[in-house]
Design a protein around this ligand. Structure first.
Ligand SMILES: Cc1cc2nc3c(=O)[nH]c(=O)nc-3n(C[C@H](O)[C@H](O)[C@H](O)COP(=O)(O)O)c2cc1C
Length: 172
């Protein structure tokens, strides 16, 4: 039987253009549930996720994250934040973001990570307490245009994986 998790990992791509079509609420709920259910160091769950569906709110996020203006056209976006006091916050919320991206992909919903911290205006815009740092804004939507499934540009396995000791080729 095919490994559906691996299929999602193998085929997921950064999606930066979306259809003008809403994502059903139950799908959105599954995506945020995937974030909530993610593991975190000491199970502290030092995160908060703000789901933005309102078009004006999405436009504002597109303006506030200079590397993700396309959020303005997304069906929804998730503002992913972590508690600044947590030494593991970046790892924890990053893991949750990836889990949400893969869960969305398995539902046919594309997404992408935009921004990397320092998003104070986003934090204020969504009303998050200053004890949180916004790590990323993740826009979601059904991909516009055809998606080249599995066509990834990655370094070869021999370059990034070793067996037993670095430098020893990892073979099959
Ligand atoms: C930590 C992180 C930050 C990223 N930031 C941005 C960003 O600000 N804007 C953007 O368009 N893409 C961003 N990306 C997406 C990457 O550019 C993209 O995943 C990468 O080029 C590989 O493309 P692929 O996912 O389609 O294979 C980010 C990805 C990661 C993991």
């Amino acid at each position: 039987m095919a490994n559906q998790v691996f299929e999602a990992v193998r085929t997921v791509l950064a999606i930066r253009a979306y259809q003008d079509r809403p994502v059903p609420d139950e799908v959105i709920t599954r995506i945020v549930e995937a974030g909530r259910l993610s593991a975190s160091s000491l199970n502290l769950q030092p995160w908060h996720f703000v789901v933005v569906r309102d078009r004006e709110g999405l436009r504002a996020l597109g303006r506030l994250v200079s590397t993700g203006p396309y959020t303005a056209q997304a069906a929804f976006a998730i503002v992913a934040a972590y508690e600044r006091s947590s030494p593991y916050g970046v790892s924890d919320v990053s893991r949750a973001i990836q889990t949400m991206i893969l869960t969305a992909w398995a539902e046919g919903v594309g997404s992408n990570w935009t921004g990397f911290g320092g998003l104070e205006e986003v934090r204020e815009h969504v009303g998050l307490d200053p004890r949180y740092e916004v790590l990323a804004v993740v826009p979601f939507g059904y991909p516009a245009g055809r998606v080249g499934l599995g066509r990834k540009n990655r370094r070869p396995i021999g370059e990034v994986v070793s067996a037993e000791r670095a430098g020893t080729p990892f073979g099959e």
